[in-house]
Design a protein. Structure first.
Length: 86
């Protein structure tokens, strides 16, 4: 199992791991504010990242983030293929 150190706590590749917004942002290599915009669905052309709210706290399950990334990769690959075919 691989891990990444974020906020002094390791992040593993466990799909059930619950990430804070800061941890999710570090996984994606984006800023905290950009991650919040991704979660809220405020980034043009990007669907919102699935998340859970517990009061004012927002959490992202590692598996949901990984799936969101895969879906973006697939969409990008399909768009590129159709552009080259067209």
């Amino acid at each position: 199992m691989t891990s990444l150190i974020v906020e002094n706590e390791p992040i593993t590749d466990n799909p059930n791991e619950i990430l804070t917004v800061r941890q999710a942002a570090q996984v994606l290599k984006v800023s905290y504010s950009h991650m919040l915009r991704l979660i809220r669905g405020e980034v043009t052309g990007m669907p919102p990242v699935h998340h859970v709210r517990a009061g004012r706290s927002v959490r992202v399950r590692r598996g949901a983030l990984t799936e969101w990334i895969r879906e973006r990769e697939q969409s990008s690959a399909e768009a590129t293929a159709s552009w080259h075919a067209g």
